[in-house]
Design a protein around this ligand. Structure first.
Ligand code: AMP
Length: 284
């Protein structure tokens, strides 16, 4: 496994890979790797000749009062996990390498970013889209793997790539969960024992919402209200949102049409740890 920390070295190395006729798979992460990240690496190694994993805690996508400083950074362990998973190149730039001076340019995707995570974190998606564009420019033509765990991010990045003709094929990958249904997240390490227990409520609420639809509920707002009630009943959870949206446009839905592809999404904080989860449903 090759360790690369400069933009020039990454660009030149991957240009040479493509010149040799080999395909590139790219997995962008903020590190603190877990099985969710490694499932993206698995998908990339299955599809591509050379797999690049980036580890960069991007300051641009954190708000002033968010957890940039406390975000976990177990670098040595990450490198061991990446190597075992079959990563060929790890890109670990410093903030100084990625942003040597002031940044005057931002990539903004409209509409899809105004709700949910975008409403809770107003500068978040500009930060994500700007860093992902920079990374795509450095990595070059590739398949890029993103988790459905951050469903809104996956939709926003897909739209950005389409709108800007970025030479990247975005591949969405399913959510990896703990046995009780909790979605794996780098932030789970911050949960106390009680909060960890309580956090299972997110997946329980989503499953209850999906079951309501499976047995004939066609009112998206009723489903959202039921999920909100389940999370509201957990004393350690502070609900941010529970919503039912069109899977492609992310528009909140009232009437759930037959065969519609929809997404149920929730977010809640447990102490100072904010967690997200979602499931996809085809309306019967
Ligand atoms: P992060 O390091 O949190 O920025 O995540 C990097 C990538 O891993 C993103 O595309 C996430 O959606 C994806 N990811 C994080 N957690 C999971 C999970 N539990 N299952 C699948 N993908 C995940």
């Amino acid at each position: 496994m090759q360790l690369v920390s400069t933009k020039d070295e990454l660009r030149h190395h991957l240009d040479a890979v493509r010149m040799a006729g080999r395909s590139v798979g790219f997995v962008p992460t903020m590190g603190a790797l877990h099985e969710g990240h490694l499932s993206l690496v698995g998908a990339a190694t299955a599809d591509c000749d050379v797999v690049v994993l980036s580890i960069f805690v991007n300051p641009l996508q954190f708000g002033a009062d968010e957890d940039l400083e406390s975000y976990p950074r177990p670098r040595q362990r990450d490198l061991e996990l990446a190597e075992t998973a079959g990563v060929d190149v790890v890109f670990t730039p410093s903030p100084q390498e990625m942003y040597p001076g002031s940044v005057f340019t931002a990539v903004h995707v409209a509409a899809l970013t105004s709700t949910m995570e975008g409403a809770a974190r107003p500068t978040h998606f500009d930060g994500v889209c700007t860093v992902v564009t920079k990374l795509f420019n450095l990595v070059g033509p590739c398949h890029a793997y993103f988790g459905e765990k951050d469903y809104q991010q996956l939709a926003v990045v897909g739209r950005m790539v389409a709108d800007l003709d970025q030479p990247v094929t975005v591949v969405g990958c399913p959510i990896v969960r703990e046995p009780d249904g909790l979605a794996l997240s780098s932030r789970n390490v911050h949960l106390s024992g009680e909060q960890r227990e309580a956090a299972g409520v997110l997946h329980r609420a989503l499953r209850a919402g999906a079951t309501m639809i499976a047995v004939g509920e066609h009112d998206g707002e009723a489903v959202a209200a039921h999920m909100a009630e389940i999370i509201g009943d957990e004393p350690l959870a502070r609900l941010d949102y529970a919503t039912v949206v069109d899977a492609a446009t992310l528009e909140p839905l009232r009437a759930l049409a037959r065969d519609a592809e929809i997404r149920l999404l929730v977010a809640a904080a447990f102490g100072s740890t904010r967690l997200l989860d979602n499931v996809g449903v085809t309306v019967p």
